[in-house]
Design a protein around this ligand. Sequence first.
Ligand code: SAM
Ligand code: SF4
Length: 471
Amino acid sequence: MASASTTAAAIIDAEAIHRALEQGRSPDAAQVREILARGRQLGGLEAGEVAALAGISDPELLGELFESARQVKQAIYGRRLVIFAPLYVSNLCANECAYCAFRARNTGMRRRALTRGEIARETLELVRRGHKRVLLVAGESYPREGFRYVLDAIATVYATREGRGEIRRINVNVAPLSVEEFRDLKAAGIGTYQLFQETYHRETYARVHLAGPKRDYDWRVTAMDRAMQAGIDDVGVGVLFGLFDWRFEVLALMQHAAWLERAYGTGPHTISVPRLEPAAGSDLAAQPPFPVSDVDFRKIVAILRLAVPYTGIIMSTRETPNIRRETFSLGVSQISAGSRTSPGGYAEGESESGSDECGQFSLGDHRPLDEVVRSIAELGYIPSFCTACYRLGRTGRDFMDLARPGEIRHHCDPNALATFLEYLEDYASPATRAAGLALIDRLMSEMEPQGRQIAERLLAAVRAGQRDVFV
Ligand code: SAM
Ligand code: SF4
């Protein structure tokens, strides 16, 4: 067990990463195939193996990497894609992150922290569209009440309901907290605590974080330790790709995950893979110092899928519908949909140009939730609004114990189908409903008996008017 004063050096060893990358620079084909075969056994990969996969450039081997990732994704996650929406409550920020429109010195941005009434209005908008999961996001500066502002915002979201609509799980992406604050966050009933290191490369970190509390690399990289010590066992890590060499970042993510596993018995619940997008008033965002090509981006997703098979991968609407589609099969398990990145953006809409003027960065996918759901269903994926694990206390190690032997599938597939049917009955347009019902019929006929029996029971309950049924 790590002590309350875990140091960054215990988590990230940059020298070891450079050494592994040097050794993995040009792996031979036999070596790569051996690593891929190991990855397909669902046991994860070591740092040296990840470095070798990062070094692949031969198109044939690349194809084999993608195919291996597809097999792992299919074996563990089947055809489910969990859906959520970000809820930006405030863009007040004391930091000077060179890539972000919310940074303090960007005076061109209208600043606001939503009031409780405004948060309830935003929540209602999301509920009326059919969302069940939100990711609450804020800049690093709170109104007068300090961090309590975030706790109140969470309480407001959970308390806002309409008819059958409600938000059932709130994940949170806010600046690093103290152990005491993390305890309050847990008591507020959050799902996952998410925080992206942005870059694990210390020098780059110092170069792009110019002022404010976020300059402290160590405080940020040890945040998950404090969260775990406060009893939050579902944490989500991430990197802002484009700031430094993606190969270094992927190995650092592996080190971070391995540390959490070693110290607390459970690795991260999710990994997010945001790529740097243009942001108002940011030259750095317009010209990323280490741009990640689309091929490399797919490679990142595929490598992560093999390296940490049971960790969810989150893909946001920063990416275009095309890239999102391509990465679903490679390993993505959660996506946001119909997103706005400005406080008040759901109830107040966006400008005619489609740009979110108070938004944090530009989006690649502007489609409304209904359209995203339809297109996912047409591709054969089940859009899932499931929140069962969190509500049954299946978090952290308990979740992994169920996930590892593959048992989780018998829960997830029926739960996904039941929440999908809820969506189709309560919110979908006629075209989406038709596509969705056809998909449910097809998947039910293909399901193995154990899962099908459970699914039939849950679907019958939803058809009979029950809501929020799960196993
Ligand atoms: N303010 C908190 C922080 O920085 O940790 C939490 C919320 S911040 C609004 C959420 C994330 O947005 C950041 O961690 C960063 O990775 C991402 N972000 C900032 N600027 C971005 C940009 N130009 N393109 C893509 N993602 C960006
Ligand atoms: Fe503030 Fe977060 Fe944007 Fe940095 S990334 S300027 S901390 S909102």
